[in-house]
Design a protein around this ligand. Structure first.
Ligand code: NAD
Length: 251
């Protein structure tokens, strides 16, 4: 019987790359995304590629949506092995004085409460057979530029939540891990008509001399959900081309 993974925000970017990678490894993929068009497009693309997939329109900040998602996936497949909490939104870049409580709540609700909600609802179906929960955080949790407060706080919260969940759920053989990507070239960075506004300078900031691709995160996920990673839980992995350890210097 195929293993089953729910991927929130799985219609685009990092989530879509994770879905593709796990799908090609034989997982059935449940794409949970707020974007109906992108979700249906991805479901079709996966099916054309021979990946068993289902799209379920979900707003991860809505308890009703999340409960419906988990019930429908279990009803269809009879198991849930992996949850990838990937859905997330960025920040406006406005100063703290200009940020609104509405923006703060929207970011926290999506990026942090969504992770808590999805984790809470899958436990019921993971606890008898074990499983893996992977939470996508960000290097912004521990390295900041000005005006990222709601986003940075949400991602710092995701890392702390990961630790707490890992401890609570170990009795069910559920491993919980977070990944903090650096700059990954996804739609987040794309401003039409340019393909991407990341410049040569942005690439040069990395020890690897390039920004990340969604597949760089998918590769790590594929390892972490495997039996080869069965001793790994309650930890955060930074995947950022070495950017956060690099000191700024002038030579
Ligand atoms: P993306 O915008 O390409 O994809 C995010 C997906 O999440 C979209 O399909 C979107 O529709 C979906 N989504 C947004 N709000 C949702 C909601 N309430 N419910 C369900 N789905 C929702 O972004 P991405 O770059 O692929 O980012 C994926 C994750 O990685 C996010 O959590 C983001 O914060 C994190 N991240 C990205 C980068 C980067 O540089 N791209 C860096 C660090 C962390």
């Amino acid at each position: 019987m195929k293993k089953v993974s729910i991927i929130t925000g799985g219609a685009k970017g990092i989530g879509a790359a994770i879905g593709y990678k796990l799908g090609k490894q034989g997982y059935s993929i449940a794409i949970a995304d707020i974007d109906e068009n992108a979700g249906k497009y991805r479901e079709n693309q996966f099916r054309n590629e021979g990946i068993d997939s289902i799209f379920i329109r979900t707003d991860v900040s809505s308890e009703n949506d999340v409960s419906n998602l988990v019930e429908r996936v279990y009803e269809k497949y009879g198991r849930i092995d992996v949850l990838i909490n990937n859905a997330g939104i960025g920040f406006s870049g406005k100063s703290i004085e200009e940020q609104t409580l509405e923006e703060w709540k929207r970011i926290i609700d999506t990026n942090l409460t969504g992770v808590w909600l999805c984790s809470k609802y899958v436990v019921k179906y993971m606890k008898n057979s074990g499983g893996v929960i992977i939470n996508i955080a960000s290097t912004r949790a521990f390295q900041s530029e000005p005006n990222t407060e709601p986003y940075s706080a949400s991602k710092g919260g995701v890392i702390a939540l990961t630790h707490s969940l890992a401890v609570s759920l170990s009795k069910y053989n559920i491993r919980v891990i977070s990944i903090s990507p650096g700059w990954i070239d996804t739609s987040k960075w794309q401003v039409p008509p340019k393909e991407s506004y990341l410049s040569g300078l942005d690439h040069g900031q990395h020890l690897t001399k390039r920004v990340g691709k969604p597949e760089d995160i998918a590769s790590l996920v594929s390892f972490l959900v495997s039996e080869d990673a069965s001793w790994i839980s309650g930890v955060n992995f930074t995947v950022d081309g070495g950017m956060t350890v690099k000191m700024i210097y002038i030579d």
